[in-house]
Design a protein around this ligand. Structure first.
Ligand code: KIV
Ligand code: ZN
Length: 384
C-alpha cells in the first residue's frame, strides 16, 4: 500500500443505521454490505453485536458474505461486548474489533464518574482482551475532539503498547474546527511513542457542518483512515460523507491522498442506501444530490452548454451520474431553451427562438419547472 493511501472505513451500517428511522433488517443490510464491498471500502463496520440479537445476526451474516473488505464490529470497553463481537465476526475472512471508551473530561466525570488513570487502565484492558480474539484491534477515544491532547497522547501510547493497530480519534460531538482537528492529529503523530506501528483514523460528526473538512484536515496531517457513511447519515447531524471525502481527494491530486473507491458506483450506492433506509437525500447534497449536476440560471446554462467545465469541477460520469442537467425555469435563457428543444427534435432559428422564448417565460412564470413534454405546447402557443 502506498503511504498516501487513505483507507475508507464505512460505518453506514453502524453509526448510520443507529439513526431513528434508518433501522434495517438482515436481508437489506446484506444488500448494502455487498454493494459497499463492490464500491471498494477497506473496512466495513457491520454493527454493534451486543446491542441486540438482530444486530448480532446481521454482523455474523455480513461476516460470511463479504469478500474483500475487513469486517468490523463495535464494542464498549467491556469484556462481554468483546466476546460477543468476536463470536459474530468469526466467519469473516478478515475481521477487526472496534473497542473504546470516552476520554474527554466530560465523559470521564459525568458518564463514568471516574478519573483519567482509571479510564486509561480500562482502555488498555479492553484492547488486551480483544487481542485474545483477533489481531486487528481499533481503539476509539470517544469525544477525542474535546479531549486534552496530552492525555489523549498518553492513552494512544498505552493502547498501542497493548496491541491496538488503529487509533480512532472521533470528534464525537462535531465541535472541532478543521485546523484544530488537523493539529490534534499532527500532535499525536509527533508525540505518541510507537505511532508508526498504528494507523490514525478520523471519525468526525457533522454538528457544525465541518465533518468533511475535519476529516480532510486529519488526512492532510497524517491520518490514513477516514470513517464515513453513504450520504453522510449518522447520529444527529450525521457523519462524514463518504462520497465527499473520496471526491475531494480525487479532485485535488496535489493532496496526494488516494482511496480504493470505485467512484462510478457512488450515485447508485447513494440511492440504494436512501431507498432502503427511507432517508431522502437533500437535493443540494454535494456529489449525489439531485441538483449536484443541474444548472438552472441562464448565465450558468449558457456556460455549461459551451463547455461543461465552466461551471462543473468534476465529470458527472465519474460519480455515476449519466449527464449534467439543464433545468428550464423562469431564470433560464435562450441558450438553454434552444438546447432542450433541440434534444427533443426542434431546431429553432434565431427569430423562432425569440418568439418561443417569449411564450416560454409566460409558461415558466406560472409553473416551477418546464419539462420536455411542455416544450411542444410552448412552441405551438408561439404560433410557429
Ligand atoms: O462518534 C463516536 O465517537 C463513535 C464511536 C463509538 C466510534 O461513533
Ligand atoms: Zn460516531
Amino acid at each position: 500500500m502506498s503511504t498516501n493511501r487513505v483507507e475508507i472505513f464505512d460505518t453506514t451500517l453502524r453509526d448510520g443505521e443507529q439513526v431513528p428511522g434508518c433501522k434495517l433488517d438482515t436481508p437489506n443490510k446484506l444488500i448494502i454490505a455487498d454493494r459497499l464491498d463492490e464500491l471498494g471500502v477497506d473496512v466495513l463496520e457491520a454493527g454493534f453485536p451486543i446491542s441486540s440479537p438482530g444486530d448480532f445476526k446481521s454482523v455474523e451474516a455480513i461476516a460470511k458474505l463479504v469478500k474483500n473488505a475487513r469486517v468490523c464490529g463495535l464494542t464498549r470497553a467491556v469484556e462481554k461486548d468483546i466476546e460477543v463481537a468476536a463470536e459474530a465476526l468469526k466467519p469473516a475472512k478478515r475481521s477487526r474489533i472496534h473497542t473504546g471508551i470516552g476520554t474527554s473530561d466530560s465523559h470521564i466525570r459525568y458518564k463514568f464518574k471516574s478519573n483519567q488513570d482509571a479510564i486509561l487502565e480500562r482502555a488498555v484492558a479492553a484492547v488486551r482482551y480483544a487481542k485474545r480474539f483477533v489481531e486487528d484491534i481499533e481503539f476509539y477515544a470517544e469525544d477525542a475532539g474535546r479531549t486534552d491532547n496530552v492525555y489523549l497522547a498518553r492513552v494512544c501510547e498505552a493502547v498501542i503498547q497493548a496491541g491496538a493497530t488503529v487509533l480512532n480519534i472521533p470528534d464525537t460531538t462535531g465541535y472541532c474546527l478543521p485546523e484544530e482537528y488537523g493539529a490534534k492529529i499532527k500532535f499525536l503523530k509527533e508525540n505518541v511513542k510507537g505511532i508508526d506501528k498504528a494507523t490514525l483514523s478520523c471519525h468526525c460528526h457533522n454538528d457544525l457542518g465541518l465533518a468533511t473538512a475535519n476529516s480532510i484536515a486529519g488526512a492532510v496531517n497524517g491520518a490514513r483512515q477516514i470513517e464515513c457513511t453513504i450520504n453522510g447519515i449518522g447520529e444527529r447531524a450525521g457523519n462524514t460523507s463518504l462520497e465527499e471525502v473520496v471526491m475531494i481527494m480525487r479532485q485535488h491530486p496535489h493532496l496526494n491522498l488516494h482511496t480504493n473507491i470505485n467512484t462510478r458506483l457512488l450515485f447508485d450506492t447513494s440511492r440504494l442506501v436512501s431507498d432502503k433506509m427511507g432517508m431522502p437525500v437533500q437535493p443540494n447534497k454535494a456529489i449525489v444530490g439531485a441538483n449536484a449536476f443541474a444548472h438552472s440560471s441562464g448565465i450558468h446554462q449558457d456556460g455549461v452548454i459551451k463547455n461543461r467545465e465552466t461551471y462543473e469541477i468534476m465529470d458527472p460520469h465519474d460519480v455515476g451520474v449519466t449527464e449534467s442537467a439543464i433545468v428550464l425555469t423562469a431564470r433560464s435563457g435562450r441558450a438553454a431553451l434552444a438546447y432542450r428543444a433541440k434534444n427533443i427534435g426542434y431546431e429553432l432559428d434565431k427569430l423562432q427562438l425569440d418568439r418561443v422564448y417569449e411564450q416560454f417565460l409566460q409558461f415558466a412564470d406560472r409553473q416551477k419547472e418546464i419539462k420536455d413534454e411542455d416544450i411542444p405546447k410552448i412552441i405551438k402557443a408561439s404560433g410557429i
